[in-house]
Design a protein around this ligand. Structure first.
Ligand SMILES: [Zn+2]
Length: 254
């Protein structure tokens, strides 16, 4: 069965020298991948890569919260412009969000929130799903999301508590489970908590593989195997379900 990796970074330098080879291998095992931009540079490389592999790599454009510290209003305007100009190509606005693990100061967190809100406003306006990063800020991020009328919300790499999983799911948000499920107890609990029709698979490649080794999008197959064993379910059945969920999360654009 071919799966979908709904969040990776195949344009990142970690794949230099092997990128096309990796994509070929991905095409054997995967139906498609969603590649997420995280700042001006990677938004550009994401758009270029998806153009080159149209119909297999789908782009999202955004501004990652950990990149916000070094950015100013002009950079934000540039990202908003990129989103508008490519709104016919992108499948979501992302990644966007807040990260309190990396940002400890009130001033920095406030700036993250301001930027996040501007990006959410635009996503609301153009009717695109959002891919949301919320490390150590899950509670605050969920509260902010509630204020917007968004067509689809994908909680990327979600690591919140059981209570917050319930809260997100009750809002109709999707919980995207990374390859952390191979080694993280917290993520295994999330898999047990979230309803099967709200779970998506992602790798966040090149990150989040056990032992900090380089991750590859086709490793979603390892996650599927693991999740099937956690839930005592058949790989085929839940794999099909996850693919269906992903299409729904991205509003049926693929
Ligand atoms: Zn990512």
């Amino acid at each position: 069965m071919k799966l979908i990796d709904n969040h990776c970074h195949l344009d990142f330098p970690q794949f230099d020298g092997e990128r096309e080879e990796v994509i070929e291998k991905c095409e054997e095992d995967l139906e498609l991948v969603v590649n997420s931009g995280s700042d001006i540079t990677t938004n550009k490389s994401t758009l270029e890569l998806s153009e080159k592999h149209r119909g297999f790599i789908y782009p999202t454009v955004g501004l990652h919260p950990t990149k916000i510290e070094e950015k100013n209003e002009e950079d934000l305007e540039e990202v908003l412009k990129m989103i508008r100009e490519n709104s016919d190509k992108i499948v979501a606005v992302g990644e966007i969000g807040m990260d309190f693990f990396h940002e400890k100061t009130d001033k920095g967190r406030e700036k993250q929130e301001n930027f996040f809100r501007k990006l959410l406003e635009l996503a609301e306006e153009i009717g695109k799903p959002v891919v949301v990063h919320s490390r150590d800020a899950e509670k605050q991020v969920l509260e902010i999301l509630e204020e917007y009328d968004l067509r689809s919300v994908i909680m990327h790499c979600f690591n919140g508590s059981k209570e917050l999983v319930d809260k997100a799911v009750n809002k109709g948000y999707f919980i995207s489970v990374t390859t952390q499920v191979l080694y993280s107890k917290r993520v295994r609990e999330i898999v047990e908590t979230a309803p099967i029709d709200k779970i998506l698979l992602e790798t966040d490649a090149p990150y989040l593989y056990p032992g900090k080794e380089k991750n590859y999008p086709y490793n979603v197959h390892e996650s599927l195997k693991k999740i099937a064993s956690i839930l005592g379910a058949s790989k085929e059945e839940i794999g099909e379900q996850f693919n269906k969920n992903t299409r729904e999360a991205y509003l049926g654009v693929f």
